[in-house]
Design a protein around this ligand. Structure first.
Ligand code: HEC
Length: 130
């Protein structure tokens, strides 16, 4: 074995060790109680207007669904700037989010987590309790 082959062999060994380590770390991660699909930066919201407005709607929807942008839409009613407006569209919002259609896939925005979509649903199902 020449020097070059030794170098390659060493690289393969290190790569193998890293693969095993990351597999082990992955296994540990999945045994914790935190839901895996929850991005670390997205807090779990509570089923009320204040929390959902700040944590879900403002973060994922109003960059497009706001007054200034209304001209872009066929439907000017779809402006999520108040609780009243959101209540009117809530069922449709839920459907679009759950189906992965909003935010639009073409926008490349990741959108709210499944967990927070479920919290939004909880709020809708409660009859918009606050
Ligand atoms: C990148 C811009 C963008 C973002 C972000 C966005 N939307 Fe939309 N949304 C649109 C556009 C454009 C339309 C109208 C055209 C269409 O229906 O595809 C629309 C339409 C809708 C509709 C009506 C669909 C229908 O067929 O009646 C709903 C409901 C909706 N959005 C909900 C949401 C919700 C909820 C969020 C946040 C989770 C969101 N959108 C985020 C651009 C956006």
């Amino acid at each position: 074995m020449n020097k070059y082959n030794l170098k390659i062999g060493f690289r393969i060994l290190i790569t193998g060790v890293l693969v095993v380590l990351s597999a082990l770390l992955g296994a540990c991660g999945s045994s914790t109680s935190a839901p895996i699909e929850q991005p670390l930066t997205e807090a779990i919201l509570s089923p009320d207007w204040t929390s959902l407005n700040a944590g879900l709607i403002q973060k994922n929807c109003t960059s497009c669904h706001r007054e200034k942008n209304a001209a872009k839409f066929d439907r000017a009613t779809l402006i999520f700037d108040s609780e009243d407006n959101v209540r009117v569209e809530a069922a449709k919002m839920l459907e679009e989010m759950s189906g992965g259609d909003m935010p639009p896939p073409a926008s490349k925005l990741s959108g709210p987590s499944a967990k927070n979509i479920a919290v939004f649903k909880e709020w809708v199902d409660s009859g918009f309790k606050n």
